[in-house]
Design a protein around this ligand. Sequence first.
Ligand code: G
Ligand code: MN
Length: 240
Amino acid sequence: FQPQMEVATGRAVTAEALVRWAHPERDLVMPGFFVPVAEESGVIVALGDWIMGRVCETAARWHRLGLHQRVAINISTRELGQGDFFLRLRHAMATHATPPATLELEISESLAMEMDERVLSQLRALRADGVSIAIDDFGTGYSNLSRLKDLPVDRVKIDRSLVRDITISAEARTICSAVVGLIQGLGLEVVVEGVESQEQMDMLRIVGCTLFQGYHLARPAPEEAYLRAYGASAQTRRHG
Ligand code: G
Ligand code: MN
């Protein structure tokens, strides 16, 4: 889990669930290595179900612990293409009694721009029930801004590639601040991902960003370590 921090309060508002493979003989394996293989072999369906179950179970348990944080799950292109994807998600939510408002779906920009009406209506229904929808990796693909306003979306995560050079390049700053303005102008929340320095964060705050995720704030961590740092008791410690 990696936190998205609200900088004004110092609170973690969302925990992004990031899958890792604890291989018996190797270091922690990153999804970039095993997800493509899982997609090729078809294991991705079972893996996706396992992740969905873990996320729904975690979100429900954190809610019972009084932790007011959403848990975000990354949805792959393959998954949204499965006819029964939403049925399986609803099933996982029902199995674990997950309050919809504790869940957030992250859908990559390229995928979001291609969603058909069937997928959109399912997303609208989930959103009406309280699930948050975020566009992930915004700025890496064909950022169709006019399409963005028609999507059932709560927030947009600006990709780290748009942020990387803002401290050294005036052009990068201009692009980043224009994108932030556009998203906010559409009434959507901006989350900046891949924040790696205080300097970047200071600049992004001037532009009006309030939600940040990245190594500068916290690296992804196993649940136990995450809860020690960002759990309910940690937040009480911090604020009184
Ligand atoms: O596509 P998505 O945005 O979900 O990718 C998240 C990935 O980015 C995770 O694997 C996570 O470990 C990684 N990540 C998180 N914060 C940072 C950061 O500040 N810098 C870099 N380079 N990667 C990050
Ligand atoms: Mn993501």
